[in-house]
Design a protein around this ligand. Structure first.
Ligand code: URA
Length: 310
């Protein structure tokens, strides 16, 4: 399932000067038919040295020199497609090392500072994974007690140093994004961007209408008030309901349910920022699509196609 490789370009290969092409007159031997070996006699004609074939040119690609086309570089930052990046360049919205670049085909190296409408574009190729976390895994990058972590589950996904966006409790299952895009991750976790999370909650008893109304109206937790933005009962299973929240405080759902006098027995995150677990079994991960990345960026007001008028 490792569908992304982060191969580093080879950088140093010497460019050989072009050899002058030999004309027919300069290589008469090559025009003669090949000599047929006479097996009846032991005396062999002295072997003629065949002229050395010119070595094929070793071309040094732009990639090997660490060069990337500017439009590719911008697209790799997850903002837009290469074609759209060309539009941004033409409109004079892109600066390389402080200078506006409007020509097509300009190449940049990693150390160049590229800005799109004043925002710096990172040279790193970002990776965005969506994991359906199973039970008994902890949301951390390493565990001193050597328990299973979410990192173990995505270890074949990428070489990039991804980290989980927020956390789910050890026994909570469901959706978790892992990425190396710190800016996007911070915004997704910040309550001001109102990223919606929907949980399927199962409780020890059937919640009363009053309890659910209390959750909607807001409950007082030790770190401040918290409320559910939407609650829907499960149509069949009486102990289950769906609850949407915006913040992502520690053990928030469990604490909210406990504040109204019940106990969570099972918790599953089924929607995160509009992403659902459709087609993603527990324990499995997938890369986010370009469209999903665009939508996340739009949601948290990060440089996106809309703000760039693409
Ligand atoms: N709320 C909780 O109580 N636990 C989680 O894992 C996530 C939200």
């Amino acid at each position: 399932m490792n569908d992304q490789t982060n191969k580093k370009p080879e950088i140093s290969r010497k460019i050989r000067p072009l050899r002058k092409k030999a004309t027919k007159e300069e290589k008469p031997d090559q025009q003669k038919p090949a000599a047929v070996k006479d097996k009846s006699t032991k005396t062999e004609a002295p072997k003629k040295k065949s002229p050395k074939k010119p070595e094929p040119e070793k071309k040094v690609t732009a990639q090997q020199q660490g060069l990337t086309r500017l439009n590719k570089y911008i697209a790799a930052a997850g903002i837009c497609s290469r074609r759209e990046a060309d539009e941004l360049i033409k409109k004079g919205k892109v600066k390389v090392n402080g200078k506006i670049v409007t020509e097509m085909g300009v190449k940049v190296v990693e150390s160049d500072k590229v800005r799109v409408e004043g925002h710096e574009i990172k040279p790193e190729e970002y990776v965005y994974l969506l994991l359906n976390k199973p039970k008994n895994t902890i949301t951390t990058t390493s565990d001193e007690r050597d328990r299973d972590t979410v990192m173990d589950l995505v270890k074949n996904a990428t070489d990039a140093r991804v980290f989980p966006v927020g956390r789910l409790d050890r026994n909570t299952t469901g959706l978790l994004i892992l990425t190396n895009d710190g800016e996007l991750a911070n915004r997704l976790m910040h309550p001001s961007y109102k990223v919606r999370k929907v949980y399927q909650v199962e409780t020890n008893d059937v919640m009363t209408d009053e309890q659910l109304t209390q959750l909607r109206n807001g409950v007082e937790l030790e770190d401040g008030p918290a409320r559910a933005y939407k609650i829907e009962r499960h149509p069949v299973q009486k102990k289950k309901f769906r609850m949407s929240i915006i913040e992502g405080r520690n053990h928030q759902v469990k604490r909210m349910v406990s504040a109204v006098g019940s106990e969570v027995t099972s918790l599953k995150r089924i929607v995160y920022a509009g992403l659902t677990d459709k087609g993603l079994n527990q324990g499995r991960w997938r890369h986010l699509t370009r469209k999903e990345i665009f939508e996340l960026r739009q949601l948290v007001k990060l440089l996106d196609k809309k703000s760039l008028k693409l």
